[in-house]
Design a protein around this ligand. Structure first.
Ligand SMILES: O=C(O)CCC(=O)C(=O)O
Ligand SMILES: [Fe+2]
Length: 344
């Protein structure tokens, strides 16, 4: 099977060719984008937080995510910093062809996937059915291919040579690629088809209830490529990219960090974690502190109004500064671009 290898970024940024690859084929795998010292520290933290392979608790983890253990915003500031690191924000903006102030975070979850010999149920993610991610990220359907509204990524913290479990992706070959017929309905969990995660169970179900769909999907599996990831490679993909998770080698654990951003205008793309404000009131006040010290683009990516936004008036600047001033919030960027708050 074809393996997709990472390509270095140029000067800390995605190259024009890498951007075009994402826009045209639906995926690009890059290396060298993120700060590896910061990521190594995050790997160490994740290894402390999650059960070791073989531990009793590991055996019961059969689906996506860390169950809140490492999601944004985290008490572990390092995790927040990686989620909204400047090269990552810039890469997302470059892929979508917009300014950094036009992107919004909707997902950040770092999670362990453990190797197991058998799938535990139809909902097990051990050997996933081919799918696209849009059904549980947006309440609509992705727009036409040429107008993407979101960027998904996986930052790998493990090595495919040790744990296998490569994400499989189906590149879009050209504008008329039949495997990318629109709308995208050929997967369990869309329309009347019920959600099944396990590949064998899903394909058996589809052969029974929707043989044409099952037949179509054979071509998807035939064309999949395996993402030959190394630590800190980043796979950028989309809500309309065909892909799936494959089995992790028994006795090992793969750490992967899924991060998603949408266009500010695409309000129908859901934030998958509790709303950011829900993290205030923690005794550590870690969210308030993080927000106060974040950069302007980092705050904007959470929906905090950008300097010059009509929200900012002398009254609101003073009020927000009063709320966050104790944590070091500097209102200067919002003051200098302020509207006077009076009707024109
Ligand atoms: O684990 C992977 O490599 C992919 C996971 C995935 O696609 C999903 O859970 O939606
Ligand atoms: Fe997925």
């Amino acid at each position: 099977m074809q393996r997709l290898q990472s390509e270095p970024v140029a000067d800390g940024q995605l190259s024009a060719a890498q951007i075009a690859q994402w826009r045209n084929t639906g995926r690009v795998l890059v290396k060298g984008l993120l700060d590896s010292d910061q990521l190594r520290a995050l790997t160490a933290l994740a290894l402390q937080l999650f059960p070791a392979p073989g531990a009793a608790e590991a055996a019961s983890v059969t689906d996506f995510g860390s169950d809140g253990a490492l999601v944004f915003p985290s008490a572990h500031v390092l995790f927040n910093d990686v989620t909204l690191s400047p090269p990552l924000l810039q890469a997302v903006a470059d892929l979508l062809g917009v300014g950094v102030d036009q992107i919004r975070l909707t997902q950040s979850d770092l999670w362990p996937k453990y190797g197991r010999a058998l799938s535990a149920s139809e909902r097990d993610n051990r050997d996933q059915r081919m799918h696209v991610d849009y059904p549980n990220h947006t309440i609509l359907h992705p727009p036409v291919w040429q107008a993407p509204e979101a960027v998904e990524m996986i930052i790998y913290h493990s090595d495919a040579r040790e744990c296998s479990g490569e994400t499989a992706v189906v590149p879009k070959l050209d504008v008329d690629d039949v495997l990318y017929r629109y709308p995208i309905l050929d997967a369990p969990g869309i329309g009347e088809l019920v959600y099944v995660n396990d590949r064998e169970a899903a394909e058996a179900y589809l052969s029974r209830v929707a043989p044409e769909v099952a037949n179509f999907r054979k071509q998807l599996y035939a064309r999949e490529q395996l993402v030959d990831y190394r630590p800190y490679d980043v796979l950028f993909y989309r809500h309309d990219t065909w892909h799936r998770g494959t089995p992790i080698k028994e006795g090992t654990c793969r750490l992967a960090h899924n991060v998603t951003f949408r266009l500010a205008s695409a309000e129908w793309v859901s934030t998958l974690h509790p709303g950011w404000a829900w993290s205030a009131y923690r005794p550590s006040q870690v969210f308030e502190r993080w927000l106060a010290q974040a950069s302007v683009p980092q705050r904007t990516a959470l929906g905090f109004p950008h300097p010059g936004h009509i929200y900012w008036t002398p009254a609101t600047v003073a009020a927000v500064a009063a709320r966050y001033g104790a944590f070091g919030f500097d209102p200067a960027p919002y003051v200098s671009a302020m509207s006077d708050g009076l009707p024109a």
